[in-house]
Design a protein around this ligand. Structure first.
Ligand SMILES: NC(=O)c1ccc[n+]([C@@H]2O[C@H](COP(=O)([O-])OP(=O)(O)OC[C@H]3O[C@@H](n4cnc5c(N)ncnc54)[C@H](O)[C@@H]3O)[C@@H](O)[C@H]2O)c1
Length: 373
């Protein structure tokens, strides 16, 4: 087994790639980023300069030829996750795939199979499993603080993503449910000890961004778990005022509330504005909620350090391709539910011709509109 710090390559050079690079710089003891690959000339070099990353590639497949790289993180659009995962696995390197795992269930299954076949780890970039505040809530729940937990809520909302590809359903697979609901579904599943999801009910709409996208910009998702608990996952790309991420836990013997952004910030008023408040904040003037130790509060440094430990065989992955696939199956059921206007029982098998999860909503909604009344 190789010793020393795990050598990491990052695919992508924009938003989440920057978070990966910064996170590994915050906790540099276990891993170091040695290479970055991104197709737009100059972009990878710019990120490399910011984080002193020595090797830069425009084609990630060339980066995969670097023998010393042991773990590769995928911070590229959703539609590329499956192919990149298969390529990384074939190169014999461990994989960290950002959420959501893939566009289709078949892709997700193939990714897991490829990692197994090549004897590498497929780890899933779900940082909510590592978010310190949410971990505290889970620790209390597991210690019996709330008795039997019967309802858990997670919500993530903002005014929509920063890059064009998110709004194109052929590259993203869907809107707020796919992009943000994947966090909430994963969170509820994990919080409840991975109790199987029995059914999904979703309601969604495009309220604010209809000129820009076919995708839903707001969704409500109710999950029933085999252990009797219910999850409520609320997501929005239509919520003004910046990022909002929170949970609520209700049990027979107690409850707990955690607000990740406003709860970890300094309520601030400024006439003049200032440098940076928090992810996706539209302004720094007036009342704002600047966070401190933002990445640490999200849990990404802890997540990636854990994954590096896994590569060294010191820990077992706490967020896996299998978790990502459970979430993807629930997302498919969610879009089918919104399209058909009813609760969908799992396991749910989408029709084979469905290319993107959101098609189940778009096509189903169209069918409902043309149905005779
Ligand atoms: N865990 C989280 O909270 C979180 C947050 C944001 C994004 N994400 C996920 O991370 C992934 C990337 O999102 P983002 O916000 O960084 O998007 P982005 O648009 O900011 O960056 C995408 C990057 O992918 C690169 N890319 C595109 N095609 C490529 C190719 N063929 N080869 C290599 N690189 C290519 C682009 O050049 C760009 O650098 C998405 O799957 C997204 O869902 C996760």
């Amino acid at each position: 087994m190789t010793n020393g710090r795990v050598k990491v390559g990052i695919i992508g050079s924009q938003f989440q790639a920057g978070i990966h690079a910064a996170s590994l710089q915050i906790m540099p003891h276990e891993a170091e980023v040695v290479a970055i690959a991104s197709p737009t000339p100059g972009n990878a070099a710019a990120l490399a300069k910011r984080f002193r990353i020595p090797r830069v590639f425009t084609d990630y497949r060339e980066m995969l030829r670097e023998r010393d790289i042991e773990m590769v993180t995928i911070a590229a659009p959703n539609s590329l996750h499956a192919k990149m995962t298969r390529d990384i696995a074939a190169a014999g390197k461990h994989i960290v795939c950002e959420k959501p795992l893939a566009m289709t269930i078949a892709e997700g299954e193939a990714m897991i199979a490829a990692a197994k076949r090549h004897g590498v780890l497929l780890m899933y970039g779900e940082e909510l499993f590592f978010t310190p505040k949410y971990l505290k809530a889970k620790e209390m729940a597991d210690a019996g603080a709330f008795g039997k937990v019967y309802l858990i809520k997670q919500s993530e909302k903002h005014f929509g993503p920063h890059s064009a590809w998110f709004w194109d359903v052929n590259r993203s697979g869907g809107g707020a449910l796919m992009d943000l609901g994947c966090h909430g579904i994963a969170f509820c599943y994990w919080f409840l000890g991975r109790s199987p999801i029995k059914s999904v009910y979703c309601q969604m709409g495009t309220h604010v961004h209809g000129e820009k996208t076919k995708a839903e910009d707001d969704s409500l998702c109710i999950l029933e778990f085999a252990n009797g608990a219910v999850g409520l996952v609320e997501n929005s790309w239509a919520r003004r005022g910046g990022m909002d991420d929170r949970i609520e836990v209700f049990g027979e013997a107690g409850c707990s509330y955690a607000n990740l952004h406003m709860g970890n910030s300094l309520p601030t008023y400024s006439e003049n504005g200032y440098g940076y408040a928090v992810e996706k904040a539209p302004t720094t003037k007036g009342w704002t909620y600047p966070v401190f130790e933002e990445l640490w509060n999200y849990g990404t440094p802890q997540e990636l350090t854990h994954f590096a430990h896994c590569v060294r065989g010191k820990e077992t992955p706490q967020a896996t391709g299998e978790d990502g696939l459970v979430v993807l199956r629930a997302i498919y059921a969610g879009y089918a539910s919104a399209g058909e206007g009813r609760k969908i029982a799992l396991p749910y098998q989408p029709p084979p011709e469905v290319k993107n999860p959101i098609d189940l909503w778009l096509n189903g909604a169209a069918r409902q509109q043309t149905a005779p009344h």
